[in-house]
Write a protein that binds this ligand. Structure first.
Ligand code: 3PG
Ligand code: MG
Length: 410
């Protein structure tokens, strides 16, 4: 029995039971519907294996309405069957007659994957668990299921129907991915060995500033190093003229007012934030190194942190005992500008505890073959950064409420 504030598979007798498991299989796909990266699909295999004598009903989403890769879960079921070594039956229905009869006729050891839950538009409405319980999906499926597990950490920052709704009607707990995410990220935030450094890059400037503020206020990190677009915003905030093309980009992403916020963060945490001393411009595909004190009047995009910054940041990272990486340092998908991201990844793997989150940086880690060298590679992008920023994730809060109710009623 665990004494955690949420329940896990170990708290339930799962044998012979019908278990609804919300997983996150959201995956990059090409226009032909091929899966380009199966990290998330693979991540849920341990959860399913721990339910081998149960009837496992998987529920998941792929992309969002309106996007090109908003498609069925069939390819996912095929990849999952391969990893699991047994058939994962794709059911092209969510809670209609076909889905319900498929669930009712399952035998122990069977695994089915329901259709993309976002095909049902009510799924994506942000509501409380209570408000989701009255929906048709919850009312139709709950009577057929014994236990609900949320293993979809990566979408648990959204209070969507399939994340929240069943936690009110069914005994509910966390799957293995969720458990591992919570304990690994907690270790990075609270209990990590010092010094602890956060390296915040990528383009989600608002999220990164929120993380920087939170971890410096609550003492979660000793230093925050900024790279990527976040660094450009910080440089602008520090009074550096980064040039119109870089400012326009920041503005086009809706982050112009973040410059003011970045200035406040810099003033408040003076000395605790490392900003680049040089940058790499993209001059017709060529990498051109320039000191930030000597930026030319030209109008070239900054696509990476500069060499001196790479050396200085890597030195700090190597001396840290806990390192958290979120977001790439530059345009990592274009060869000359992947340098900063790659060197930071190489430096981070030597620290005692290393965490990385977000799709782009995880992809680079896998490209380098360093998956196993990180203490924890988060399956989450937005969810990981929200969690690291100290925010409560609705999906996890719903599991905590379900655990209290479950313990009270025993
Ligand atoms: C993700 O890919 O970050 C999660 O699956 C959540 O997807 P969303 O950002 O479309 O809600
Ligand atoms: Mg996303």
């Amino acid at each position: 029995m665990t004494t955690r504030d949420y329940l896990t598979i170990d708290d339930f007798d799962v044998n012979g039971k019908t278990i609804l498991v919300r997983v996150d299989l959201n995956t990059p796909m090409d226009t032909e519907g091929n899966i380009l990266d199966d990290m998330r699909i693979k991540s849920h295999i341990p959860t399913i294996k721990d339910l081998e004598d149960a009837k496992v009903v998987l529920m998941a989403h792929q992309s969002r309405a309106g996007k090109k890769d908003f498609t069925t879960m069939k390819p996912h079921s095929m990849v999952m069957s391969q990893y699991l070594g047994k058939d994962v039956k794709y059911v092209d229905d969510i809670f209609g007659t076909y889905a319900r009869s498929s669930i009712s006729s399952m035998e122990n050891g069977d695994v089915i994957l329901l259709e993309n839950v976002r095909f049902y538009s009510e799924e994506s409405i942000e509501r409380s668990a209570k408000d989701h319980t009255g929906t048709h999906m919850v009312r139709k499926l709950s009577p057929l299921v014994d236990i609900f597990l949320n293993d979809a950490f990566a979408v648990s920052h959204r209070s969507h129907l399939s994340i929240m709704g069943f936690t009110e009607t069914l005994p509910s707990g966390a799957g293995r991915v969720m458990e591992k995410e919570i304990s690994s990220l907690d270790r990075g935030i609270k209990g990590g060995e010092r010094p602890c450094i956060f390296v915040l890059g990528g383009a989600k400037v608002d999220d990164s500033l929120k993380v920087a503020e939170n971890v410096l206020v609550n003492g979660g990190a000793d230093r925050v190093l900024v790279t990527g677009v976040v660094a450009n915003v910080m440089l602008a905030a520090a009074g550096v003229d980064i040039g119109p093309v870089n400012l326009d980009f920041i503005e086009s992403q809706g982050y112009k007012e973040q410059i003011t916020r970045a200035k406040q963060v810099l003033d408040r945490f003076n000395g605790k934030i490392g900003i680049p001393q040089d940058v790499a411009f993209n001059d017709g595909g060529e990498r051109v190194e320039v000191q930030v004190s000597e930026l030319p009047d030209g109008n070239l995009p900054i696509n990476d942190i500069g060499l001196e910054t790479i050396v200085a940041f890597c030195e700090e990272i190597k001396n840290a005992k806990t390192v958290v990486l979120n977001g790439p340092a530059g345009l990592s998908e274009v060869e000359p500008f992947a340098l900063g991201t790659h060197e930071i990844i190489r430096a981070a793997i030597n620290s005692e505890y290393s965490i990385a989150g977000g799709g782009h940086i995880s992809a680079e880690i896998r490209n380098l073959g360093f998956e196993d060298k990180f203490s924890h590679l988060s399956t989450g992008g937005g969810a990981c950064i929200d969690y690291l920023a100290g925010e409560d994730l609705p999906g996890i809060e719903a599991l905590k409420a379900a655990a209290s109710r479950y313990r009270l009623n025993r």
